[in-house]
Design a protein around this ligand. Structure first.
Ligand SMILES: Cc1ncc(C[n+]2csc(CCOP(=O)(O)OP(=O)(O)O)c2C)c(N)n1
Length: 605
């Protein structure tokens, strides 16, 4: 039921509500998030943890004049519900529906379209400086999770902000979790801050006091403020050094991130303070839905589920590429003591949970730090190890210079296991792995492969363990084909790569007069195979699940041009645009990458 939510004009009216009514709003928002994600799937646990924070922010600030930036943005469902998207929220993550992440095209309340971690502070600081230069006065707020704060970009932003000394509010939403447990020294440091019991107790008392008087008078508020400042001082002097103060931020916290009056009083206070501020709020991932509280990792990004018992509604298909990767890594590690695995805060997502348990010494979760992950792998390779760096295609974009400078220039045997290459589906534009073939094939020394099915994937992973230089293996989301067979004869030669080999085979069958070449390599191209295959063709068609600009098809066209072959080439791939969210199958069909559409394109030639 959304009795109150439905009635009021959002977000403006939130300011007129009593604290009891705001609690009711939070409750209704929470129920809505659970009811919709149980059908659509989505980022439930993080969003539930940020409900009160979103209510307090919108009840305090004037979005969209004041700018609220949610880091990553997977936790922004409450923000969406409070900023004009209640009616359409039932379309969450569906094609043409509400995006699962902040999206500037969707609402003026979303300053940026986002999905990658650790960018909010830099984005906010840019807006802050633009505000100052324009002579404007509004507030700019970045909300960043404890794990996202550990990304290098966040530190770069803080470093700059602390130096510039202008008004910026950073809210550290600390739930001690990334997708799984937060890792690293910074996470340990935050634990030390959190467990400064003396301060927490005092804050608890202030909370109680304020709760008692929802519309507190100035004097009470002022004394609470003084008390808090004094307490903070004690923490500073006797408990832990608050690192944020050293970085030029005024630090407030830690405070209970589920207490709306306390959040609001702190935010009001923050509005009037000069310079950069960091408010440290403690939240619980999955708050208010017991199954998500108990298993926040599974409910970080969950498929549709039954509300009553939290069980997933989707039946497992065949083994996913991710699972095959995890299983093959165990084999490789058993065979070769030099094999090590690296993930950037995605142990579950990349299929490395079992590896981490079986080979804890040879497993490294480096946090949300893709750049570091790659350069760290370079060091391990230099030291005689065979690192497999498992990173989703979209997040590997972060580490481009590290791939070039630290791995390829040194020609080190680092294996890049690039999961979610191609269309990811419901997560949309920020998460699609559209560019890896184009961006990797430009780098000297790099070998880029893509398997057509599970078997080939396994053998590529094995081959990579013996290879002398850097290797990238890109594979799509979901399950593979057990063993797709290339086939046929005809006047059209379809040269397909990876996930598109099987649809190409289907298309060739439908068309009748075509045959398929499984290219396997994006770089170097299997020149002999391709030249041999196109010898008698009247038309060449390339198919890839990646951008058409400079991708696999471009590589084939360049090869044919270099060899003086004049057969026309039609390249089928993702168009030169950011591809929106929707079910993977639906999006592939929409952009011409289903068997039917590939066949249609060939017919049209
Ligand atoms: C650059 C980048 N790497 C990895 C991810 C995948 N990812 C999405 S959310 C998340 C964890 C975020 O944790 P935190 O910032 O603490 O927020 P919480 O979900 O706990 O609220 C990760 C690793 C990402 N979005 N961006």
């Amino acid at each position: 039921m959304t009795a109150l939510l439905d009635k009021i004009k959002l977000p403006e009216t939130l300011k007129e509500l009593s604290s009891k009514q705001l609690d009711q709003i939070a409750d209704e928002v929470r129920k809505k998030i659970i009811s919709i994600t149980s059908k659509s799937g989505g980022h439930l646990a993080s969003s539930l943890g940020a409900v009160e924070l979103a209510v307090a922010l919108h009840a305090t600030f004037d979005s969209p004049v004041d700018k609220i930036i949610w880091d990553v943005g997977h936790q922004s469902y409450a923000h969406k519900l409070l900023t004009g998207r209640l009616d359409r929220f039932n379309t969450l993550r569906q094609h043409g529906g509400i995006s699962g992440f902040p999206n500037a095209a969707e609402s003026p309340h979303d300053p940026f379209t986002v999905g990658h971690a650790s960018a909010s502070i830099s984005q906010a600081l840019g807006l802050v400086k633009a505000r100052d230069l324009n002579g404007e006065k509004h507030s700019v707020i970045a909300v960043i999770g404890d794990a996202s704060l550990s990304g290098g970009l966040a530190f770069e932003g803080m470093n700059n902000a602390g130096g510039l000394k202008t008004n910026l509010i950073v809210i550290l939403n600390d739930n001690e979790m990334a997708i799984s447990k937060s890792v690293g020294a910074f996470s340990n440091y935050l634990t030390a801050v959190r467990t400064s019991n003396f301060y927490v107790d005092i804050v608890g008392r202030i909370e109680k006091l304020i709760r008692h008087f929802p519309r507190i008078g100035t004097s009470l508020f002022e004394s609470a403020k003084k008390l808090k400042d004094r307490t903070r001082q004690i923490v500073l002097n006797f408990k832990v050094d608050v690192i944020f103060e050293e970085l030029g931020f005024k630090y407030f916290g830690p405070i209970n991130g589920h207490n709306i009056p306390l959040l609001m009083s702190t935010l009001h206070h923050a509005k009037d303070i000069e310079g950069p501020i960091l408010i440290h709020v403690l939240t619980k991932k999955g708050k208010g839905y017991s199954h998500a509280e108990d298993d926040p990792t599974r409910f970080h990004g969950a498929p549709p589920y039954y509300i009553e018992n939290g069980k997933s509604k989707t039946n497992g298909t065949g083994p996913t590429y991710t699972e095959i990767f995890g299983k093959t890594m165990l084999e490789l590690a058993e065979q070769n003591p030099k094999v090590v695995a690296i993930t950037a805060a995605m142990t579950d997502g990349t299929g490395l949970v079992e590896f981490a348990q079986k080979f804890p010494e040879r497993f490294f979760d480096v946090g949300i730090a893709e750049e570091h992950a790659v350069t760290f792998a370079a060091g391990l390779a230099k030291g005689g190890f065979r690192p497999y760096v498992a990173i989703y295609s979209t997040f590997l974009q972060r580490a481009y210079d590290q791939i070039i400078h630290d791995v390829c220039l040194q020609n080190l045997p680092v294996v890049f296991a690039i999961d979610r290459a191609g269309i990811v589906g419901e997560d949309g534009a920020t998460h699609n792995g559209a560019f890896d073939m184009a961006y990797l094939r430009a780098i000297p020394n790099m070998t880029v492969m893509a398997p057509k099915d599970e078997k080939e994937f396994q053998s590529m992973l094995h081959t990579a363990s013996e290879y002398k230089g850097p290797v990238a293996i890109r594979y799509p989301r979901g399950s593979g084909y057990s063993a797709a067979k290339s086939s046929g004869t005809g006047s059209v030669c379809i040269i397909a790569i990876g996930s598109m080999v099987y649809p190409a085979i289907e298309a060739a069958k439908m068309f009748g007069d075509a045959f398929v070449v499984n290219a396997r390599f994006v770089k170097p191209l299997d020149k002999k195979l391709i030249l041999e295959s196109v010898k008698n063709a009247k038309q060449i068609v390339t198919v890839e699940e990646g951008t058409i600009e400079g991708g696999f098809g471009s590589a084939v066209a360049e090869l044919l041009e270099d060899e003086g072959i004049k057969i026309p080439v039609k390249r089928i791939g993702l168009p030169d645009q950011f591809i929106e969210h929707g079910a993977r199958r639906e999006i592939l069909d929409l952009y011409g990458l289903s068997a039917e559409k590939i066949c249609q394109t060939i017919k049209n030639l």
